[in-house]
Design a protein around this ligand. Sequence first.
Ligand code: ZN
Length: 249
Amino acid sequence: MPRVLSAACVGNGMRKIGKALALGDMLLCLALAGAYGYIHGAGGELKQMPTAAMVEAEGPEEPVEIRRIALTFDDGPHPRYTQQLLDGLKERGVQATFFVTGEHAELHPDIIRRMQEEGHLIGNHTYSHMQLRKSNREVFKEELIRTNEILEEITGQEVVYVRPPYGSWDKSFEKELNMFPVLWTVDTLDWCSSNADRITQKIVGKVEENDIILMHDYYDTSVEAALKAVDALLEQGYTFVTVEEILFD
Ligand code: ZN
C-alpha cells in the first residue's frame, strides 16, 4: 500500500532542490513544489498538501522487518475473563490463538463465535482437560474427536490444531486425526501467580521473535498481564499473529 511521504522526507528533497537552483529559477522550483503538493503557508514556510503525485513519487516501499510472536490462551472460554481479553485484544487490533476445552466451548458457544468473528484461531484442548497417559489413549482420542465436533458445529470450520494438556502427546494421532500439536516456547506460569505485573515482566523480558507464549484466559491477572504485555511489545515493534503464521509461514 502506498504511504504518503512524511513532511520531513519531502522537506529534505525541497531543500536540495532549493540549493541546486539559482534564484532566477525559483519560479520553476515553486512549480515543482506545487507538483509535490506544497504551497506557501502564512509564515512563508512550505506546507504539505497530500496529493496523488506525492503518493506516486514515493515508489516501492522499503522492506520493513516484521518480528512476529503468538499469544496463546488455554482452558477457556471463561464467561468473564475471556470476554475481557477479547475486548482488550479488539481495542488493540491483535489476534491470538485459543485452545479451548470441549466442555467450556459447549457452555459458551457465543464466545467461540466471537473469537472466530474477530479473527482469532481456535484449537482443541481436549473435552475435559485430560492428560494423555499410556492407559487412556483411546479415551483421549475420543475427547479430541468430540471437541472437534463441538467446535465445528459452532464455527463451521475444521479444527486442525491441538494443544495437549500438560504437553503429553502421541505422534501417531497426527495421522489418525489429521491434527497438528502446538506446544509453546515461553511458559508464563500465569496460573500460579496473582501478580499481573510480574507476569507481564516475565513475558516482556523473555520474548523473542517467533515465540509462542503460553497463557490461560481463566484468571483476571492473566488478562491484565497479557494486555499490558501486548502494549509493551507493540511499542517495541512486535506483530501479534496466530500460531499458524509462526509455524507455517
Ligand atoms: Zn490447559
